[in-house]
Write a protein that binds this ligand. Structure first.
Ligand code: SF4
Length: 350
């Protein structure tokens, strides 16, 4: 049975299950503290940022489809009273999300077709993706998995079947932890998962896709850093950052700490209308990421998910912008401009 408090806070069932299974004394106190510093209420968000009251009704309506979730650490980087703030645009639910254009889908990249076991997606040769949790530190309004049926996966129950599938296919060399955000799991849960993955002899690399170091840097505590250093596999952390304003001093320090642990850090961004669809912003983003030891990896065209159509940048504009970006940045700071296409064996360059 799901506790009432959790229902009220709209905590995803996967996270509740994880928390309930852990012994209280083993919980990471720092993480609990950080997670409680999260806004889930549009009324409070508008008040704290001195935003106009007319935004409230649409924000509440849009939140019923995909709940609002904004860590305090993120809120602190938004400029008060500025409706165009690029960090605000990524988290504020709006009336645009309630539209439902026919050419936008609830599963834009074909996750369900690639779901070989509940909680396991096998799209690309040699790599599989584990849907470790539905929980995230932040809810990005353009999220391509905003409609993903995480509850159906029941990752923890399915884990033995997932590992059996990976063991049986020796062509799989890389495991990608995704979701949701894998770093929403407790350190104990992650340690157990890493340990199990390492017993599979043909796995060479572990990749972790996470927005947590940027959205909730306090979660990257000493315990987690130590844990990441114990992984025997080559480990790549792919963070998700769209705008240089996301990289305040605390985030840069956190990323540097992760680098000092010997981890390879890459970044993927989504090209978003009104957030980062201009050359100066993207140049600044790549340079600032590099100052913290993070290389720009992908710049994604928006996945056409229902509720996010207002973030889409037309291909012609994206390509024109990229051509200028190519001239402004050295090759090693230039992310690849790509689109993920349903059924394709790799990301498609634009
Ligand atoms: S952190 Fe990633 S998975 Fe979570 S809401 Fe944002 S884009 Fe989606």
């Amino acid at each position: 049975m799901i506790p009432k408090t959790a229902q009220l806070l709209q905590i995803p069932s996967s996270q509740i299950q994880e928390t309930m299974e852990e012994k209280p004394q083993k919980r990471d106190k720092n993480r609990q503290k950080q997670l409680t510093g999260t806004l889930r209420n549009a009324d409070e968000l508008l008040q704290q940022l001195a935003l106009p009251a007319y935004l409230l009704a649409p924000a509440q309506a849009a939140s019923t489809h995909f709940s609002m979730r904004v860590p305090d650490a993120w809120l602190a980087r938004i400029k008060t009273g500025d409706l165009d703030d690029p960090l605000l645009r990524q988290i504020l639910p709006t009336a645009e999300e309630l539209k439902s254009p026919d050419d936008f889908s609830t599963d834009p990249v074909g996750d369900q077709e690639a779901r070989v076991v509940p909680g396991l997606l096998h799209k690309y040769q040699g790599r599989v993706l584990l849907m470790t949790t539905g929980a995230c530190a932040i809810h990005c309004r353009y999220c391509f998995r905003r409609h993903y049926p995480y509850a159906d996966d029941n990752f923890l129950t399915q884990l033995p079947a997932i590992l059996d599938y990976i063991r049986a296919d020796s062509s799989i060399h890389e495991i990608i932890l995704s979701g949701g955000d894998p770093l929403s799991l407790s350190n104990g849960r992650l340690a157990s998962l890493f340990q199990k993955i390492q017993t599979i002899s043909h796995i060479k690399r572990l990749r972790i896709h996470t927005r947590t170091p940027v959205a909730l840097p306090g979660r990257i505590d000493e315990g987690l850093l130590k844990l990441l250093q114990t992984i025997k596999l080559q480990t790549v952390i792919v963070i998700h950052c769209n705008h240089p304003n996301e990289l305040d001093e605390r985030v840069l320090e956190t990323l540097s700490d992760m680098r000092k642990c010997g981890l390879t850090l890459l970044n993927q961004s989504v090209l978003l209308k009104g957030v980062n669809d201009n050359v100066d912003t993207l140049v600044h983003l790549s340079e600032r990421l590099f100052s913290a030891g993070v290389l720009a990896y992908y710049l994604h065209q928006l996945d056409r998910v229902k509720g996010a159509q207002h973030f889409e940048v037309e291909d012609a504009k994206a390509i024109a912008l990229y051509e200028v970006l190519r001239q402004r940045l050295p090759g090693y700071l230039l992310p690849k401009l790509v689109r993920e296409q349903r059924g394709a064996g790799a990301k498609t360059p634009l």
